[in-house]
Design a protein around this ligand. Structure first.
Ligand SMILES: [Zn+2]
Length: 385
């Protein structure tokens, strides 16, 4: 069963050889989907026969957004903490313990219902691939439960037992790292593709470079890919550790030294920027322009979580990246699609060419430029074919 999608005013392929500019855009385009995959892309006038037809009526079509950093398995609400921050209380990661307590007390069905609602909320804004981390259970059973639930909605599951040191291990970080790298990893690895750590010496609740190295090394030995929460609150060791260990992504990258930028430019690690966090913690934004000019691969993601950034909207992050981080609209759209795919080491999403997954996002607008040009307007949604 094949479907012709036509009436596309502007198609973003992310293949510079298929169309104009770095996004490989095609005007008056069409594509054909068979099963789950794209089997033809080109000018609408050249479109081949297909069994059915969807006319998007002169709208833009993009690869679905790839949100490569999200924390969606949780319970509870931290709106009061947000309000306190906007009244001058600084963010230091300490509020995570509030979510841990609420998450531990929730039933599977409560967590599942909330998780699925967030994934639907994301699809309604154009996101078709989402990475989901654990990290609000922080004991063996609770972390494994979070990952089992996450696996119900995505293949991109990440074990984040090393999110913060839980209250019952306060002052005993070494013992907690031994738990994370031992029994917790053994219970979680079967449900995870990735391992992650909040490497932040500037937070009393997170992990220093040595602890982060221990967590990532154990994860790698268990067959997991590596990701790092790096350099969010200070120019710590996270970015260079991520590059040294060949992590797929270093996330946040808000405070970078020249050596950090050089390391990212010379390695294979993607710099994933999360501008919703700086928005919601009223912090300085990362300098995307500096990274792009150094030749670093940049991704954009939401970091959707109940504490430091409770947005599920990739279009909002694109608008912030353009307005506040020196990215062009095309660079931001690339980072939210192909960049996210690179950060997840995926070749089948983040692009629309033959062989790609048929993950299409349609805009109620004629061009991708409207994502930044019309901030806050609900233009994007995943197209059900
Ligand atoms: Zn995060």
């Amino acid at each position: 069963m094949s479907t012709l999608v036509t009436g596309i005013a502007e198609l973003v392929t992310n293949d510079p050889e298929a169309g104009e500019g770095p996004l490989g855009t095609l005007a008056d385009a069409a594509l054909v989907v068979s099963g789950d995959h794209v089997v033809w892309v080109g000018a609408a006038r050249d479109a081949p026969y297909a069994d059915t037809r969807v006319d998007v009526g002169g709208r833009a079509v993009l690869p679905g957004f790839v949100d490569s950093h999200a924390h969606l398995v949780f319970a509870g609400d931290r709106a009061a903490e947000f309000e306190a921050r906007m009244s001058g209380t600084p963010y230091d990661g300490g509020g995570i313990a509030t979510t841990v307590a609420a998450t531990r007390a929730a039933t599977d069905d409560e967590l599942r219902g909330h998780l699925r609602a967030l994934v639907e909320e994301m699809r309604g804004q154009g996101t078709t691939t989402v990475e989901v981390k654990s990290g609000y259970g922080l004991d063996v059973e609770q972390e494994a439960r979070a990952l089992r639930l996450a696996r119900e909605v995505t293949e991109e599951t990440t074990f984040l037992g090393a999110h913060v040191v839980p209250p019952e291990y306060a002052g005993r970080t070494g013992e907690y790292v031994a738990l994370v790298t031992g029994p917790m990893l053994a219970a979680c690895a079967p449900h995870a593709r990735w391992i992650d750590v909040f490497c932040e010496p500037a937070s009393a609740h997170a992990f220093d470079g040595d602890a982060a190295r221990a967590v990532l090394s154990a994860g790698r030995d268990a067959g997991l890919g590596l990701r790092v929460h790096a350099n969010q609150l200070s120019a710590g060791p996270g970015v260079q550790l991520a590059v040294e260990l060949g992590a797929a992504s270093a996330d946040h990258c808000t405070h970078l030294t020249d050596d950090d930028v050089d390391a990212l430019a010379s390695g294979t690690t993607v710099a994933t920027l999360l501008p919703g966090v700086e928005f919601a913690t009223r912090s300085p934004y990362p300098d995307a322009r500096r990274l792009l000019e150094a030749g670093v691969t940049v991704a954009l993601a939401t970091d959707c979580n109940p504490g430091s950034c409770y947005t599920s909207s990739m279009p909002f992050c694109i608008a912030l990246a353009v307005r506040e981080m020196g990215m062009t609209p095309a660079e931001a759209v690339w980072a939210a699609t192909a960049g996210g795919a690179a950060a997840l080491d995926r070749g089948d999403v983040g692009r629309l060419g033959v062989g790609a997954r048929a993950d299409l996002t349609v805009l109620d607008a004629p061009s991708y430029r409207h994502l930044a040009y019309r901030p806050g307007v609900p233009l994007a949604r995943a197209l059900a074919i």
